[in-house]
Each structure stands twice: as structure tokens, then as C-alpha cells.
Design a protein around this ligand. Structure first.
Ligand SMILES: [Zn+2]
Length: 387
């Protein structure tokens, strides 16, 4: 897949990009200081506007997909469309899990070799790195195919609004680079992610006074307890299937035989074909107490990102470029999902974890390693210039 027309030297690229680090940090600070919780449309849109303004001077063609519930989705195109080469898609999100006002307790700051603040690692640093990489490639005329950069606004809440747009643009593209953080430290690229499903299991029983009418009651709590044992046994670690009953609710008082009980279940699968296996198992659940009724809802909402040949080829290319940049790039699989799950499931080679290296996504110690910022930006740029 190496494009021979691209004339650049990897060490040269690294050096040029490292001189831009202050600029990348400035962009990152701006993005972090526009707080953008997924559920605050106006706040996310202020961050969207900041990015739009930033890319205007980079000559991007901007399309803003207006949204009703969430912030707008930003589609940016850099460079010309090319008949012989499909675009490369960069995939990111501007929303964070952090509510407005978090900056007061967790301000953007640089200390102890890290950049701290809400949304730094997940994933505003990845966005800032991509913008720097693109700026450099454009300046040096190294962009030999079009880049579609999609920034959505609902990734942290399931990507329901953005998924169709993500999928449409991925279908146009030769490969997808996901700007989620790298895995752990020193920061592996991700070539596989599990698929995610959610199920709700409700039991309707028959209420009764636990003292006066005990025999007339049919306890939903007791029935659910029985079902939980069965559901947990759906886990098959050797196949990469985990099933977790994460919450239970039920009953009203200790002296009432419970009429209702509910469990919420999280399912992870490594292989797409296991979705039907799990579905069948949930459908096969029957109440042990025939006077209780089971209602089961749910299914898979993110397909797994499987370790396909196309994805592995991208990883190998990245590892080779990383070696030229002077570091070793590991490969990882994770149980967590991203928007890369959607694009990979369409058969588009998808490489994930191409954003920042750091720790503490969704946690108060969220931070990005400063020393890795330039090398990872250089790697991203080298990948964009060479695939
Ligand atoms: Zn993220």
C-alpha cells in the first residue's frame, strides 16, 4: 500500500512536527477549554465552531450536519478527491463525559510531563494531533489523496445519531484511522475491539403479603435471582464472550412478595457471529416459577471490530514507520468499543488508538504524556502520507 509518489523522509517529518508542538498544545488547550459534554448541545456546538474556525485557514471544505438532540457533526475534507485513490477517513469525536464546570476542579494544565484536563486524552489531544498533521502535510504538499475528517458529538452516549454518517463516509474511504487514545502506556494501536450488547431482563411476579398470604405470592426477586445465575453462565472466556449482570432492581418492601424485578446486562463479544449465539441464549430463558413472566429486550448495539487482514496490514505499516521514528509500536485488543467498530464491521480496514498516549480517560487523573505528543503526531502524518 506504500505510495511511491510521496516524497518525504520520516525523520524529517518528525523533526518538522516536533517544532510545531507548542501550536498543537495551543489547539488542545482551546478544545479543552470549550467544555463539551455529550448532553449539552449548545456547549458541544461552541467546540464545533472553534474547530470550524481553526480549519478554515487550512482550506478545509466544511459540512456541518445539523443535529436535533446532540451537537452538530462536522465533516471536513482536505485535498482533492482523486479518481484512482479513495480518501482516508479520520474519525474522532468532540463530546466528552465531563459536565460543564469541570474545568474549575480539573483545569487545563501542564505539569509533571503531562497535559491534564477533562477530555484531553479522550480525545481532544487526538483531534489536535490530527489537525497538526494535516496542516504540516498540506504545507509540504505531501497530501496525495483526500482526507475526510469526521468529528461527531455523541460518541460517549452510543453514537446513535452519528452512526449513519460515519458508515456512509467510511464506505467512501480506503481506510479509517480512529483518533481514540492508544492502549495504556507505552501506547499500543488497537486492531480489535469487542462488540457490545445490552439486555434488560424484567420479571413480573405476583405480589402478596409476606405474612398473611405468603403462598399466594410469586416472587419476581426470587425468579430473577435464579435467572441471573443462568445469564452469568453465558460467559465463555475462551471465545471472548463476557456477560455481566451489572444492575438489579426489584421489590418494594421486605414484607411484600415482590411483583417486579429487573436486571441490566452488558454483553461483549469478540466475533460477530457470536451475536446470534447470545441472542438465542437470551431467547431460551424460561421462568422456573411458571406464575412469573419474563420480558427480555435488547441486542447487540456495536458490532465487534475484528482483527481483519486489512487492519493488520495497516498496523504493520504503522509499526514500520514507528521504528523509523525511533520507537516500538505494539498492537492491542480491547473489550471497549469505539466508532471504529462500525467502520470495521463494514469491511473497511480500520486502525484504532491513533490518538494520544496517556491515562485516566473518564477519570479525574485524565492526562496525556507530553513527550509522546510529537512522535505520535509524526506517525499519524507519516501514515496519512504513505497509505
Ligand atoms: Zn473517545
Amino acid at each position: 500500500m506504500v505510495n511511491k509518489s510521496a516524497i518525504y523522509s520520516v525523520p524529517g517529518l518528525a523533526e518538522a512536527i516536533s517544532t510545531q508542538t507548542q501550536k498543537t498544545l495551543k489547539t488542545l488547550q482551546k478544545l479543552v477549554e470549550f467544555e463539551s459534554p455529550s448532553d449539552d448541545k449548545a456547549a458541544v456546538n461552541r467546540c464545533v465552531e472553534a474547530v470550524s474556525e481553526h480549519v478554515t485557514h487550512l482550506g478545509a471544505r466544511i459540512r456541518r450536519h445539523r443535529q436535533k438532540v446532540f451537537g452538530d457533526i462536522l465533516e471536513l475534507r482536505f485535498g482533492r478527491a482523486n479518481k484512482t485513490q479513495k480518501p482516508i477517513m479520520l474519525l474522532g469525536h468532540l463530546d466528552t463525559v465531563w459536565p460543564l464546570g469541570t474545568l474549575k476542579k480539573m483545569p487545563y494544565r501542564i505539569a509533571d510531563g503531562r497535559v491534564w484536563g477533562p477530555g484531553t486524552l479522550d480525545m481532544k489531544a487526538g483531534v489536535a494531533m490530527a489537525l497538526s498533521a494535516i496542516e504540516h502535510l498540506q504545507k509540504e504538499n505531501l497530501l496525495n489523496r483526500q482526507i475526510i475528517f469526521l468529528l461527531n458529538s455523541d460518541e460517549e452516549v452510543g453514537s446513535t445519531a452519528s452512526r449513519p454518517i460515519t458508515e456512509k463516509l467510511a464506505r467512501e474511504s480506503a481506510a479509517v484511522f480512529v483518533l481514540e487514545p492508544a492502549q495504556g502506556i507505552p501506547g499500543a494501536y488497537k486492531t480489535a475491539r469487542k462488540g457490545i450488547g445490552n439486555y434488560t431482563v424484567k420479571v413480573a411476579g405476583i405480589a402478596a403479603h409476606s405474612g398473611v398470604d405468603f403462598e399466594r405470592g410469586h416472587s419476581a426477586v426470587h425468579e430473577l435471582a435464579h435467572q441471573i445465575g443462568i445469564i452469568q453462565s453465558f460467559t465463555e472466556l475462551d471465545r471472548g464472550i463476557t456477560v455481566n449482570v451489572g444492575t438489579i432492581q426489584g421489590g418494594t418492601r421486605s414484607n411484600v412478595v415482590a411483583a417486579e424485578a429487573t436486571a441490566e446486562v452488558d454483553v461483549r463479544i469478540a466475533r460477530a457471529k457470536d451475536a446470534t449465539r447470545i441472542e438465542k441464549r437470551f431467547k431460551s430463558l424460561r421462568p422456573r416459577d411458571r406464575s412469573c413472566v419474563l420480558h427480555i429486550e435488547g441486542g447487540l448495539n456495536r458490532p465487534p471490530m475484528e482483527r481483519t487482514k486489512g487492519t493488520v496490514a495497516l498496523y504493520r505499516q504503522a509499526a514500520t514507520l514507528a521504528a523509523q521514528l525511533g520507537f516500538e509500536l505494539a498492537e492491542a485488543a480491547t473489550g471497549g468499543g469505539s466508532d471504529g467498530n462500525f467502520t470495521s464491521a463494514l469491511g473497511i480496514p480500520t486502525l484504532d488508538g491513533m490518538g494520544a498516549v496517556g491515562e485516566g480517560a473518564h477519570a479525574t487523573h485524565e492526562s496525556v504524556l507530553l513527550d509522546d505528543l510529537a512522535p505520535r503526531t509524526a506517525l499519524l502524518a507519516a501514515m496519512l502520507a504513505s497509505v
